[in-house]
Design a protein around this ligand. Structure first.
Ligand code: GLU
Length: 374
């Protein structure tokens, strides 16, 4: 019964596979085909069944490290150089396995959190898939700064899965899935086949809260599962080192842990604002917010804003809070924080009013994502 139910879930149209560095360069000495060959075969078999595949592949740093002296400290800049050099080696390796074309997309969080660039990435991915090209995605480590990076490919793969409207996200790990406690420390640790909803207790099992039962490396995978499932995407954490994993998956079996998708997934723009776009600042609105949102205008005007926090520019994502601290919405700002502060300081001035008349609302209806009140 369990197996049949999971098999129905394998009715995939489009999937995202996330492959970690340890599978690409297990010896930290350039790319090795040892594990990747099986994954490449899995990709070929999925495509033969008509399933569209997007690959998020880590491993550029691990693949490139052997090209640089090993006695030097691994500074950030050295790692960026390793990533730039290793990326070509890694892509060349993947490409060799396939007799269909592949394409490389290197992204940063800066790209994904900008709505126009996000849409552009979606269009490119869809066009590649339409023409039978396999998109291979990694973070553009060579150009990222602390502010611009996602930082890990688990979260990146979830953002990609949401952008690509995937049905499933498969995260290949070096453990069989999520255990109720750290399997390296506890012989009686039990593998959890299905997680219906993600809360603090799940993060605690992954060793992210103040718990001693950590299964290190799981935190970002749970974060990814939370991002993906809230977009309606089933997420699997499975062992990519075991060949049997792939046959079991294709047979409709669950070889690891599956995180069930939300029954009522978030709308795409709400999901993007919640999980991909960072808020750059915050505005506190007065009690007329609910009326404005439900009313015909669906907009927020300058005189409804009580406080402005942080520095943001026009087009940045901001958080809208009520005076009692409730998170009401995320939205795109039509004004910079500087301009809003000026308006607040000169509320009655004719100049301020004229300016608002010409620019329009601070937040427009089409650019607002209401949050579940918390
Ligand atoms: N982008 C990194 C790399 O290619 C990997 C990040 C990760 O493993 O999560 O080496």
């Amino acid at each position: 019964m369990e197996s049949r139910r999971l098999m129905q879930k394998l009715n995939w149209r489009r999937i995202v596979l996330k492959v970690g560095s340890a599978l690409i360069a297990p010896d930290q000495d350039g790319c090795r085909s040892r594990y990747i060959l099986t994954i490449a075969q899995f990709i070929v078999r999925c495509r033969a069944r008509g399933i569209e595949v997007i690959l998020v592949s880590s491993g550029s740093v691990a693949a490139g490290s052997h090209l640089f002296p090993s006695d030097q400290p691994r500074s950030v800049v050295l790692k960026k150089a390793m990533a730039a050099a290793g990326q070509t080696e890694m892509i060349a390796m993947w490409d060799r396995f396939f007799d269909f074309p592949s394409a490389q997309l290197l992204l940063t969080h800066g790209d994904l959190r900008d709505r126009e660039r996000y849409q552009s990435i979606r269009e490119t991915v869809f066009t590649l898939l339409e023409h039978g090209v396999l998109p291979i995605i990694n973070e553009n480590d060579a150009v990222t700064t602390d502010d611009l990076k996602v930082g890990d490919n688990d979260n990146l793969s979830a953002m990609v899965a949401a952008a690509a409207d995937a049905d499933a996200l498969l995260i290949f790990s070096d453990v069989d899935g999520l255990y109720d406690k750290n399997p390296n420390l506890h012989d009686d640790a039990v593998l959890l086949p299905e997680i219906k909803s993600i809360d603090e207790s799940i993060y605690a099992m992954a060793g992210c809260a103040t718990s001693s039962v950590g299964t290190g490396g799981m935190k970002t995978k749970i974060e990814a599962a939370e991002k993906a499932t809230s977009h309606g995407i089933a997420t699997y954490i499975i062992n990519g080192f075991k060949e049997e994993t792939f046959n079991r998956l294709l047979a409709g079996d669950n070889p690891g842990t599956i995180f069930s998708p939300y029954e009522k997934p978030m709308q795409d723009s709400v999901h993007w604002m919640t999980h991909t776009a960072n808020e750059q600042g915050e505005v506190v609105v007065d009690g007329s917010f609910d009326e404005s949102i439900e009313g015909e205008t669906g907009i927020i005007r300058g005189d409804e804003i009580v406080e402005v926090h942080g520095e943001f520019a026009i087009g940045d994502t901001i958080l809208v809070r009520s005076e009692d601290g409730t998170r009401l919405a995320k939205a795109t700002a039509n004004y910079s924080s500087c301009l809003l502060n000026f308006i607040a300081d000169n509320e009655q001035s004719e100049f301020s009013e004229k300016m608002q008349d010409s620019i329009g609302p601070v937040i427009s209806e089409k650019d607002i994502a209401l949050l579940e009140k918390s």
